[in-house]
Ligand binder design. Structure first.
Ligand code: ZN
Length: 154
């Protein structure tokens, strides 16, 4: 495993749509392992492959109840609303209140290509939405609630 560099807002790779993963091979496993290590080192609760410069649909999330690895994830159900503070490892020091669903259901593949489903509520739903947005080149700042765009520095 290896720590990878997290790229920052302003890098055009963060604005690109990522490709679906077709091969569930050693290279993918290496990427996922590196992303997990990189996320923990950075003390984040989620990391998407484009944040380490890889334009593939892969995310890892751990909101404190264990690691979730998602390949080619899609939100298939969502309900409710939440307005909470969000930040991003690619936008260090910037925070803002976003509007997200309270509950989401995500369908994805695991690292071996098996179908999986993940439910997220509250923080986990936020993390899932945030990381999946990265795969379409969307940063949380475009989800800020109107009128609340004053980002505070930590
Ligand atoms: Zn992010």
């Amino acid at each position: 495993m290896a720590i990878r560099n997290i790229i920052l807002e302003g890098d055009e790779l963060l604005n690109k749509k990522c490709r679906k993963v077709e091969k569930f091979d050693d290279r993918l496993h290496q990427l996922i392992d590196d992303m997990i290590e990189t996320m923990y080192k950075a003390k984040g609760v989620g990391l998407a492959a484009p944040q380490v410069g890889i334009l593939k649909r892969v995310v890892v999330i751990d909101v404190g109840d264990g690691i979730i690895e998602l390949v080619n994830p899609e939100i298939v159900e969502s309900s409710g609303e939440q307005r909470e503070q969000e930040g991003c490892l690619s936008c260090p020091g910037d925070y803002g209140i976003t509007l997200r669903p309270m509950i989401v259901k995500v369908r994805a593949k695991d690292r071996n290509g098996n179908d999986i489903e993940v439910f997220g509520r509250a923080l986990k739903a936020r993390a899932l939405c945030h990381e999946l947005d990265h795969l379409d080149g969307i940063l949380f700042k475009s989800r800020l609630i109107s009128g609340d765009v004053n980002l505070r520095k930590n």
